[in-house]
Ligand binder design. Structure first.
Ligand code: IPD
Ligand code: CA
Ligand code: CA
Ligand code: CA
Length: 264
């Protein structure tokens, strides 16, 4: 059997559980929303999804570690492991709590510091994206209806659809002028935000997606999907992988140009 096939099947199973919990709470009149210490919202759906995913992982993968946004890191029952599941129970909580259907559960498997399996499930959009390193990237309603996905071949910023999440963070890191310059020179600019800009990139519908400050659970699942679809992912310093806490995701041909514009 192909490497990571079992892990990918488990990721789909985890996403099925997550989807049924989150969809039952989406637009529920009694949704309970609290504010975290950093003043961002968290709902009962975020915590319920993460608890359910962790319970299944503890049962099925006792040798793997887990990291989730709402409940932090836990070691494998069998002791320290190089394999860790990384879960963002709901990416796009601000959309979720306002009834906007662009939110997803993000599930990744890391080996050491490399994400090797990524799955993004957006049940309110009726869509899922997934990839395992070396096996390509796919999208569909479910595995039986999977289609391979590919990034675009756009080579010039003037022809590119440029995507970001929000303008916050860019002034603080001294790159706001560079961002505005890119926006002026791109063919089109849109703020799709959260996981969605990266998935549109992986499908070839946008060409660049950038974010200045992210956590491992925001990024780990997205990277294998973007890179297996033919794109490139790095932090703002050009280092591949999720470690840098920022994101420059492109179709590939545009990567060096975008990095240069954001760092000069
Ligand atoms: C947020 C989203 C958003 C990013 C924030 C994240 P959440 O995740 O990924 O795009 O700009 O930094 O915290 O809280 O909705 O999972
Ligand atoms: Ca997130
Ligand atoms: Ca989240
Ligand atoms: Ca959050």
């Amino acid at each position: 059997m192909a490497r990571y096939a079992d892990d990918l099947s488990l990721a789909h199973l985890l996403a099925d559980t997550a989807d049924s919990i989150s969809m039952a709470r989406f637009r529920a009149l009694d949704l309970h929303v609290e504010s975290k210490p950093d003043l961002t919202p968290v709902s009962d759906a975020d915590t319920a999804v993460e608890k359910a995913v962790r319970a299944t992982l503890a049962r099925t993968r006792p040798r793997d570690g887990v990291l989730g946004e709402e409940f932090g890191a836990s070691e494998a029952a069998a002791g320290p492991s190089t394999r860790q599941w990384v879960v963002d129970p709901i990416d796009g909580t601000k959309n979720f709590v306002r009834g906007v259907p662009i939110w997803a559960t993000l599930i990744a498997l890391m080996e050491g510091d490399q994400p090797v399996v990524g799955l993004v499930s957006a049940p309110a959009l009726g869509r899922r994206w997934w990839a395992a390193v070396g096996h390509g990237a796919y999208a569909g309603r479910h595995t039986a209806a999977a289609t391979p996905i590919r990034t675009s071949a756009v080579r010039r910023l003037g022809d590119a659809s440029f995507c970001y999440s929000s303008l916050s963070g860019w002034e603080e890191n001294g790159r706001l002028d560079a961002m505005l310059g890119i926006m002026r020179q791109s063919w089109r600019t849109r703020a799709y935000g959260d996981f969605y800009g990266y998935m549109l990139l992986a499908e070839g519908a946008v060409d660049v997606m950038v974010e200045p400050e992210l956590s491992l659970w925001d990024l780990a699942a997205l990277i294998p999907i973007v890179t297996e679809a033919g794109g490139r992912f790095s932090d703002l310093a050009g280092r591949p992988g999720p470690g840098g806490g920022s994101a420059v995701a492109t179709n590939g041909p545009l990567h060096e140009d975008i990095l240069l514009r954001l760092t000069r």
